[in-house]
Each structure stands twice: as C-alpha cells, then as structure tokens.
Design a protein around this ligand. Structure first.
Ligand code: HEC
Ligand SMILES: [Cu+2]
Length: 353
C-alpha cells in the first residue's frame, strides 16, 4: 500500500516533467547548437529513467502480487542466484551508461573547445555584479535607468562567432585592504546556451559558446555568493557582425586597449627592467613569443604558456621556475596587482610576438 501511495505521487510528477522536457527541458528555448545536443541527452536520460522505472517498479509489483503468500504453510523455494539474469541486469545498464558517458563526453568536448579565432572577452565577477571587458578596452557595466531601475551589464557578441570568455572573480573594490572585501566564487550561467562555469578567486576559468540566434539572453550567477546573489544578473545580446562592430566602436571604447594598459603596467610595475620584448635575455626571459609556447621548467616539467601560467608567474613567481633562470629573483606581485591588471598584462604578453 505504501509503495502504491508513493507511486501515485511520483508518477504524475515524472509524467509532467517528461511532457515538458519534450518542449523545453525546464529551460528557455536553446540558442546554440550545443544547447540542442544537451537537450537531447537530457530527454534521453529522462525517457530511459522512466522506462527503467516502469520496468523495475512494475516488475516488482507484479511479482509481489503473483508470488504472494496464499496460505500460512506456504514456504518459499530456496533460490540462490541466476548467472544469466545477473549478467544481463549488469551488462545492459553498463552498455547504456557507457553510451550516455560517450555521448556526454562528446558534447562536453564541444563545449570546452575554443577555436583559435574565438572572440575573447574578459568577464569580471564581483559581489554582486558582472563586468565585460573587450580587448579594445571597451567595458560593459551595469547601470540604472531614468527610473532608477537596474540595467544589467551586456555581453554583446556577433551571431555565429565562437566566443571565449576568460573569467576572474574580483573584490568589490580591488584597491581596498578591507579584510571583509574578498573575492568569492560565482558561476556564469546562460540557461539558453546550456553553459555554466564557476568563476573562482585566484584563477581564470574559461567558457565558450557560439550563438545561433539573435536576441537577448539572461545570464545568472549560479553559485550562492552572498546577499545580492539573486540580483546578480547580466545579459548576452547576440547581434549581427555589423551591429557588433558598431557597438564595439561606440562610446566607452576610447579607453586604452587591454594590451596598451598592459604595456603601461609593464613599465609602471618595472617588469621592463627584467623582461625584454625583442627576444634578448635579461634577468628574466623575454616576452617575445612567450604566449602559447611550450616552456620548460627547472624541474623538467614542460607546460604551455596560457592565462593560468602567466597569472601564477606574476603572483607567485617561485611556484614554477623557468629552466635556466634563477629562482627568488622576480618580486612576488601578490597583493600588488589587481585582477584587471593581470588581465591587461596577459593581453599585452599575448601581443608580443
Ligand atoms: C627583478 C627582475 C624581475 C622583475 C621586476 C619581474 N620579473 Fe618576471 N621573471 C623574472 C625571472 C628571473 C623569471 C624567471 C624565473 C621564474 O620563472 O620565476 C621571471 C619569469 C616571469 C614569467 C615567466 C616567463 C617564462 O618564460 O615562462 C612571467 C610571465 C613574468 N616573469 C612576468 C613578470 C611581470 C608581468 C612582471 C611585472 C609585473 C615581472 N615579471 C617582473 C624576473 C623579474
Ligand atoms: Cu555571484
């Protein structure tokens, strides 16, 4: 009876979720190719769960009824096991799980691939707002309208172009030494694109997408980050290439480009004293051709120079030492540079070819 009762609650729930899943998977209509694929996996999981549920619970109920005790002297037969059955109920689910694994891997791999010609945009998350910074220095931040209603920051991107978001978590005021003002974990979530990625203090995380539909799409923070978490919203605005270029060149873009900002920091923070731009060896390695190179460390480790490596090289220079260079020579810049400084320095180093 108990089983029946709990079933009677569960079944309609499952039915409605599947009915809805057909249309929208509890989600807004997908606006990327990957979103369609995620929805397919999701429907498959729901349907296969429903079928297994009916088979297992239906079978159980059927057997409970069929083999019920009909008189008090009845004894169960002594049954130990059945190799064929046990093999089947292990092997069939195994095949299904491996199929889902391979399918999920395939979609994940697409989500995590970043073609070299991706449009790179920097995303800064803080309590409780998003900020988007383009390479030319253009910034998109939140504001308020004439009625004092909040207008979220907009990530404007061209239709059909791969976009790579390079994300960092910052303090509310990077210049302050207030111990309560700490960078925390956020998560950049675009439901219509079916993509989500944590933004973690002290490192860069990346996220990619290619929008196939024009329009506005919500961005939410999907990691509880304090009191204003639910208000931490932004918007992705997908526009034509033409409109994108117009927007990129519009007001605010008179800012220094990120690379130029980085070049200024390179001088201001005295990196210039040890790192040349023309390939000459100084106290430290030259920046020429550094980006994307496979660098050998003093412990023999080989790694590709990417955002994470440069960030670590700046904040904790002694964590990894470039082969052939002294350790303990480069000053530790932890606490001396902001997230945005690091971003600018990285963008600058990218341009030193
Ligand atoms: C006093 C000299 C000195 C200054 C100033 C200095 N560095 Fe360095 N830097 C070094 C040395 C020496 C190394 C190589 C040893 C190591 O890996 O720490 C290095 C390594 C690096 C690397 C790794 C390079 C590679 O080939 O893999 C990066 C990136 C870097 N520094 C960035 C910076 C930035 C950015 C600044 C300024 C904010 C800076 N450095 C300031 C001496 C310096
Ligand atoms: Cu948040």
């Amino acid at each position: 009876m108990k089983v029946l009762k709990s079933l009677s609650i569960f079944a309609p729930l499952l039915m409605t979720s599947i009915a809805r899943a057909e249309g929208d998977v509890f989600m807004p209509p997908g606006a990327t190719e990957v979103a369609t694929q995620v929805d397919s996996i999701y429907s498959f999981l729901l349907w296969s769960s429903l079928i297994s549920f009916v088979l297992v619970v239906g079978g159980m109920l059927y057997f409970v009824y069929k083999y019920r005790r009909t008189n008090p002297n009845q004894k169960s037969a002594y049954i130990t096991h059945n190799h064929a059955l046990e093999f089947l109920w292990s092997f069939i689910p195994f095949v299904i799980f491996m199929f889902v694994f391979a399918w999920g891997w395939y979609v994940y791999d697409q989500e995590r691939s970043f073609p070299a010609d991706s449009l790179e945009v920097h995303v800064f998350a803080k309590k409780w707002d998003w900020k988007f910074v383009y390479k030319n220095g253009k910034e998109s931040v939140s504001s308020v309208d004439a009625n004092n209603n909040p207008v979220p920051a907009e990530l404007v991107v061209p239709l059909g172009r791969h976009v790579k978001l390079i994300m960092a978590s910052t303090k509310i005021n990077e210049a302050s030494n207030d111990p309560n003002d700490r960078a925390v974990i956020h998560s950049f979530f675009v439901p219509a694109f079916r993509i989500k990625q944590d933004v973690v203090p002290g490192r860069n995380t990346v996220l990619g997408f290619k929008a196939d539909k024009l329009g506005d799409f919500f961005v939410f923070c999907a990691e509880y980050c304090g009191g204003g978490h639910s208000l931490m919203r932004a918007k992705v605005r997908v526009v034509s290439q033409e409109d994108y270029e117009k927007w990129l060149a519009s007001e605010g873009s008179a800012n220094l480009s990120l690379a130029d900002k980085g070049r200024a920091l390179y001088a201001a923070k005295a990196c210039i004293g040890c790192h040349s731009l023309n390939g000459t060896r100084g106290v430290g390695p030259s920046y020429k051709g550094l980006w994307g190179r496979v660098e050998e460390m003093s412990n023999g480790q080989k790694l590709t120079v990417d955002e994470a490596y440069i960030r670590e090289s700046i904040l904790e220079p002694n964590a990894k030492i470039v082969a052939g260079f002294p350790s303990g020579v480069m000053p530790v810049f932890k606490g001396q540079v902001t997230e945005e400084d690091i971003t600018a320095l990285i963008e600058f180093i990218k341009t030193v070819k």
